[in-house]
Design a protein around this ligand. Structure first.
Ligand code: UDX
Ligand code: UDX
Length: 422
């Protein structure tokens, strides 16, 4: 069992820390946010993530997981130091390494000899070298070990990964990092750092491309009168295509896909390649926000001026409380810009956000509404009482931007219904 320091207690850092302690390692997780650390020390997890609170408590009770303020307090006894701090997007579209460099600068002087520093955050190609330079330690190796966690299923994804990717020019360091995943069954890809760093961006960019492809396809289906659900069903049986990640919707969002696709376009530009295909993926995504807002405007009779719109869903997807780069929030602001009065509900969002103060229940937002827009695919919405919803609304009209609801059942209840590509 190893001594692991995890720097950054966010979605990625906290999941990494809790899962490594679950695998039996001794983990010290650090963050600069004192309030967050105080909560975690009490066993309270400040994010909605299935199974994470139980693992954090298990680690605390087993004495294998500790939380401290400040990276330097986690590193002195660490054989491995995982960097899980933000890599936000800079003004030029590139990922900003300031937090990564700050963390490396802080732990550099206190790390024991032969320690391995691991980049888990999504960092541009070449960042392993940047961290090595900042550390300035010949006796410390830097390795890339990107995460592929999905929010909402991060714990499952960490313990049951499709693959583990390790980028290092030092084979023994690569083997040491691989050994940390004891008890986890998955293919381990050991390659050089630039390839490992590129695997992460390429994977997110390809996932984004699938979403933009199916949203563009849905626009074609709308125009030719086809049903995108059946089209995707027919396509997906081709095992070269598959059914995964081909659900049409309001566009892709979250803390990763938008940022990472833009960053990869920037990486390619800096390397002299114009990644026009990926630019197209980003443009289609931007258009999708406007297409959904246009569907709401059409359902309202052509203008949104003074129209009451009920919105279900504000998070970027279901099963998370994360609203970072949420398509729902983009669409809500487009509707408001066009004069609509938006009332919104989301089971995981309580405080004011994006110009709206979420209601406490899904029915009250429908009171007197002329259009209901479903923007996040929370399963709860499917089981609501639509006779009651129809009774509350001024006009029972639905724009289902997640193709989540049962169209025939709603139409039987007098709703006008439009989806995405159907
Ligand atoms: C982060 C990155 O944003 C993402 O690019 C990367 O792929 C994985 O790590 P996430 O865990 O979702 O993703 O970020 P966030 O939830 O914002 O957590 C980052 C944590 O780092 C925060 O708790 C923040 O307080 C902490 N932090 C930030 C530090 O401890 N030190 C710093 O210098 C900056
Ligand atoms: C993503 C990657 O899946 C994960 O591997 C990586 O580590 C981090 O980024 P996450 O941000 O949690 O994970 O979201 P994901 O589940 O991938 O969804 C991304 C966006 O695409 C969401 O807005 C989602 O609603 C949308 N989406 C996804 C679709 O619109 N249709 C789909 O079929 C799938």
């Amino acid at each position: 069992m190893a001594e692991i320091a995890v720097i950054g207690a966010g979605y990625v850092g906290l999941t990494t820390a809790a899962c490594f302690s679950h695998l039996g390692h001794d983990v010290i997780c650090a963050d600069i946010d004192e309030a967050r650390i105080a909560q975690l020390v009490r066993g309270e997890v400040p994010i909605v993530e299935a199974g994470l609170e139980a693992l954090v408590r298990e680690g605390l009770e087993g004495g294998r997981l500790r939380f401290v303020v400040g990276a330097a307090n986690a590193a002195p006894s660490a054989e491995f130091a995982y960097l899980c701090v933000p890599t936000p997007q800079g003004d030029d579209g590139a990922a900003d390494l300031a937090y990564i460099e700050a963390a490396a600068r802080e732990i550099g002087p206190v790390l024991p000899s032969e320690a391995v520093v691991v980049n888990k955050s999504t960092v541009p190609v070449g960042s392993t070298r940047v961290v090595e330079r900042v550390l300035g330690r010949d006796d410390v190796v830097v390795v890339s070990n990107p995460e592929f966690l999905r929010e909402g299923s991060a714990v499952h994804d960490f313990l049951n990964p499709d693959r583990i990717v390790i980028g290092s020019d030092d084979q023994s360091a690569a083997v040491r990092v691989a050994s940390l995943y004891i008890g986890v069954t998955a293919p381990i890809i050991v390659t050089d750092p630039p390839s490992a760093e590129t695997i992460k961006y390429a994977s997110n960019a390809f996932l984004a491309a699938k979403v933009s492809f199916v949203n563009a396809l849905a626009a074609v289906c709308d125009a030719v009168g086809a049903d995108v659900k059946d089209v995707v069903l027919g396509m997906g049986y081709d095992t070269r295509i598959g059914h995964e990640f081909l659900k049409p919707g309001p566009g892709f969002g979250g803390s990763c896909l938008p940022k990472d696709t833009r960053a990869l376009v920037h990486i390619a530009d800096s390397a002299g390649y114009s990644f026009d295909l990926l630019r197209g993926v980003i443009t289609v995504n931007e258009d999708q926000f406007h297409r959904v807002a246009a569907k709401v405007r059409e359902m309202a009779g052509g203008s949104l001026e003074g129209v009451r719109v009920a919105v279900w869903g504000l998070t970027f997807k279901a099963r998370t409380d994360d609203t970072r780069e949420s398509p729902a929030l983009r669409i809500v602001s487009l509707l408001a810009e066009q004069g609509a009065e938006v009332q919104a509900y989301d089971p995981a969002v309580k405080g004011p956000i994006g110009g709206v103060v979420p209601a406490n229940d899904p029915y009250s937002v429908c009171d007197g509404a002329q259009v209901l827009a479903v923007l996040t695919e929370w399963d709860d919405f499917r089981w609501l009482d639509f006779d009651k919803v129809a009774g509350l609304m001024e006009t029972p009209r639905v724009v289902d931007a997640r193709n989540l609801l049962d169209r025939p059942a709603l139409e039987r209840r007098g709703f006008r219904y439009v989806g995405i590509g159907r």
